[in-house]
Design a protein around this ligand. Structure first.
Ligand SMILES: [Zn+2]
Ligand SMILES: [Zn+2]
Length: 334
């Protein structure tokens, strides 16, 4: 039996272990992918920390997978062996629930999420349902493409939820999603105000390099009011800060899958038709749209690469905010 190296999570609140696992066999409709790069995401930390409570265990994390088709299972005919594909968080849906039937597959009642319900990309090989894979724009290297698959896709859905009528956009939490969406927003002619952890001058300088018009502490108010604010940091009190910074009718969009509790706040902050909303997952249409848009902007991803064996260090550095941009496991790095 052929084996592969994988970083395995045995249980919440434990560290990842390097393991030798059997290379899985593709079933009907699945493809076996040889992984070349996999992005690291805050959601991986929420799974490790037990904040997302229903992972398959033991589990291979990782839901921003770039690789090539190694083998197609029975009836899998969409891609050729050797073709490059991307695998996102949305691994499969039931296709039959009321949400799927209404074009809201991101809200599916019986979803399968990559690197959560099924093994993901912190491994040399992974399986995917071919219907949920994406072709990737040729302009990107494997490592540079990886952050497009969650930070990019879900960041883009978050950005779209802000609505059409946005001239001034605030972004709270300046990591992987923010650095991509700043470029998209500037390309669309918006003024972008970036908020970081108080005193994080590295992240603020990074935001300005990505094109933000202003960068400051999340405790500050921006130089002008915001039409919309996107929150990418999992910090509930930022919802209140963002409401304080928005115009009448402004929208505050929470882009993460988990957030600490939102403190109570006076109704006057919400009054005047301000809106708070969340974003859940992605649809394949989001993916197709964003992956078409990204090379047109063109979005440039800023990545810090780690070898597979250092997935744990990558996650810890992400937690501590020790690098700017996106962390990516490069499977070709030893
Ligand atoms: Zn993610
Ligand atoms: Zn469904």
């Amino acid at each position: 039996m052929q084996t592969m190296r994988a970083m395995l999570l045995d249980a919440a609140h434990t560290l990842l272990n390097l393991a030798d696992l059997p290379v899985p066999m593709p079933r009907a409709g699945q493809v076996l992918i040889k992984v070349s790069a996999c992005g690291v995401c805050h959601t991986d930390l929420h799974i490790m920390d037990g904040e997302l409570t229903e992972p398959k265990l033991p589990l291979v994390l990782g839901h921003q997978i770039v690789g090539t088709i190694f083998e197609a299972g029975p009836a899998a005919m969409r891609f050729q062996v050797g073709e490059r594909v991307g695998v996102p968080w949305l691994g499969a849906t039931d296709g039959t629930c009321r949400y799927c039937l209404r074009g809201q597959e991101n809200l599916c009642d019986h979803p399968t999420f990559t690197g959560y319900h099924i093994d993901g990309g912190f491994a040399e090989y992974t399986l995917a349902d071919e219907r949920f894979c994406f072709s990737l724009p040729a302009a990107y290297s494997d490592v540079d493409a990886a952050p497009l698959l969650c930070a990019g896709l879900i960041g883009y859905r978050t950005y779209r939820m802000a609505g059409e009528n946005v001239e001034t956009l605030g972004i709270y939490g300046f990591g992987a999603a923010a650095h991509i969406i700043t470029q998209v927003a500037k390309h669309a002619g918006k003024r972008v105000y970036a908020f970081t952890r108080p005193g994080d001058s590295d992240a603020q300088a990074f935001a300005l390099r990505q094109g933000a018009d202003w960068a400051g502490d999340s405790t500050q108010l921006p130089p002008e009011k915001l039409d919309a604010a996107l929150i990418f940091a999992p910090v509930g009190p930022l919802v209140v800060s963002a409401l304080q910074a928005t115009h009448k009718g402004g929208v505050v969009v929470c882009g993460g899958i988990h957030m600490s509790a939102i403190p109570s706040f006076p109704y006057s902050l919400l009054w005047e038709e301000r809106v708070i909303r969340s974003v859940a997952n992605l649809t394949r249409q989001d993916g197709e749209e964003f992956l078409t848009l990204a090379p047109q902007v063109p979005v440039k991803t800023d990545v810090k690469v780690f070898p597979l064996e250092q997935a744990g260090q990558a996650l810890e550095q992400l937690r501590q905010g020790q690098f700017t941009g996106a962390a990516v496991l490069d499977l070709n790095l030893k």
